[in-house]
Design a protein around this ligand. Structure first.
Ligand SMILES: [Cu+2]
Length: 494
């Protein structure tokens, strides 16, 4: 080989090497979702509390986005008259909603309020890197930590605390959602809402009053006391229901913080036109119920077509009616009888949780707490609760159903000893029974999921209605009967 050819060959090798370097560098720097360095002045991310969602970024270029998120440990209501010490990202459960655009460089500042008792950190599922930020964000009370990541993949992602014991931090409400918009943004809709499910473990029973501590054993056994949307029973019902008008499109960002349960997310009376299941980019159409894993999220979209109350539930249905996993979307507008002929389904699905009813119960709870509970408070709260629990069988007017459900109206069985109602409700009743000269031989299931206040108020309502003799049943009497297990057995042989 002449020197000339050797030189040519070497030059060729160098050229190829140089090209390889260029391509290599490009490949390393420009992964999918990397649109280059941030442009323009840094932007402070708008953070929102649930059920609100920050506005679209409306950007066409990658930016540096600064996120300031503060961890706050605080006591908040988890149910009517029940408080719980939540650990929060931004003061709410779920934590503040974060919205960025694919390709953004996110400078994350995690602060831990000086009043906190625990250290905390954050693992964002939208981060590419070990621990999703957890290792770089361990923050003691009164401190702040900072790390930076590039949002490479679009989608809806869960974030959560990952400080040991991780399960406990998550169970106390330490999770939220971060949306990484695709470069062109999401298609425009009329409403966007932020809804996130979580399971909660308290030492007391469901709706047991007072401050309820976390129960580690129940959490390990995966036996939640509450399953909730947005951290509290009633967080999205009554005046706090989410809203839309007929003809509008609604996009829900639905997360599941867990820590344990997966969610069978369903909206009673609606069909999801589109679901980005698991938060990924595939779109599934015409979906009735979508599965949202713990530590996962979905984006669902549908058009409101018929006015009324739509009930968001986890369709593992005991969770909805006995653990709180129930929210309302109120759709206003003109009825379209060609799509749906009927009236509201409030009494069927909402029962004691429909708007007006909740108020009467809340008023009675507040009055009981301040020692000013009157007969009238009890009757009104009891009436609301009766509608959701007893009226299915005994009927709204207390008349019962001949041969099947005995009457509560003018019941001589009840009038003989109004207090025996306590044992009937707590323990149920079965066997032969004579009420107003008619025989019944059926089964009433125990209603011991009701708390002491609820039983007292329902029975007070019953004995003061439909020409019954009157009187009052007090919470204390119910508590005693429950503790002593005073039962249906003694009433059965009447
Ligand atoms: Cu934490």
């Amino acid at each position: 080989m002449s020197l000339f050819y050797a030189r040519q060959l070497l030059a060729g090798v160098f050229a190829a090497a140089a090209l390889a370097t260029v391509f290599g560098a490009t490949a390393a720097k420009r992964d999918a979702g990397d649109f280059g360095p941030p442009q323009g002045a840094p932007i402070h991310a708008v953070l929102t509390s649930p059920p609100n969602v920050p506005p679209p970024t409306n950007r066409t270029k990658p930016a540096k986005v600064i996120v300031n998120l503060e961890v706050v440990e605080k006591s908040m209501p988890i149910s009517e008259g029940v408080s719980y010490t939540f650990w929060t990202f931004g003061g709410s459960v779920p934590g503040s909603f974060i919205r960025v655009r694919q390709g953004d460089t996110v400078e994350f500042h995690l602060k831990n309020h000086p009043g906190s008792k625990m250290p905390h950190n954050i693992d964002l599922h939208g981060v590419t890197g070990p621990g999703g930020g957890a290792a770089s964000s361990f923050t003691a009370p009164g401190h702040e930590s900072q790390f930076t990541f590039k949002a490479l993949n679009e989608g809806i992602y869960v974030y959560h605390c990952a400080t040991a014991p991780v399960g406990m931090h998550v169970a106390n409400g330490m999770y939220g959602l971060i949306l990484v918009e695709p470069p062109e943004g999401l298609p425009k809709v009329d409403h966007e809402y932020y809804v996130m499910q979580g399971d909660f473990y308290t030492t007391g029973k469901y709706r047991e009053k007072g401050a309820q501590p976390f129960d580690m054993e129940k959490a390990i056994d995966e036996k939640p006391t509450y399953v909730l949307f947005n951290g509290a029973e009633g967080a999205l019902t009554g005046d706090r229901a989410i809203t839309a008008k007929v003809g509008e499109t609604v996009r829900l960002f639905v997360g599941n913080g867990g820590p344990n349960l997966v969610s069978s997310f369903h909206v009673i009376g609606a069909i999801f036109d589109e679901v980005r299941y698991e938060g990924g980019t595939n779109v599934q159409r015409n979906v009735q119920t979508t599965l949202i894993p713990a530590g996962g999220a979905a984006i669902v979209k549908f058009k409101a077509k018929v006015p009324g109350s739509y009930v968001l539930v986890d369709h593992s249905i005991f969770r909805a009616f006995n653990k709180g996993a129930l929210a309302i979307m109120k759709v206003d507008g003109v009825e379209d009888k060609t799509i749906y002929s009927g009236k509201e389904l409030d009494s069927v699905y909402l029962g004691d949780r429909s708007a007006g009813n909740l108020n009467a119960v809340a008023t009675a709870t507040a009055a009981a707490a301040s020692g000013t509970l009157t007969l009238d408070h009890q009757v009104k709260a009891g009436q609301a609760l009766f509608a959701g629990t007893c009226s299915v069988c005994h009927q709204a007017n207390g008349a019962g159903l001949a041969g099947v459900f005995p009457p509560l109206a003018k019941s001589d069985f009840l009038a003989a000893d109004p207090k025996r109602g306590i044992g009937v409700v707590l323990n149920g009743l079965s066997g032969k029974l004579t009420v107003n000269s008619s025989e019944y031989n059926s089964v009433m299931p125990p209603m011991n999921q009701l708390n002491d206040d609820e039983v007292a108020n329902i029975l007070t309502y019953v004995i003061n209605s439909w020409a019954n003799p009157g009187g009052r049943i007090f919470t204390e009497e119910v508590r005693k009967a429950r503790a002593e297990k005073v039962g249906g057995a003694s009433t059965r042989d009447h």
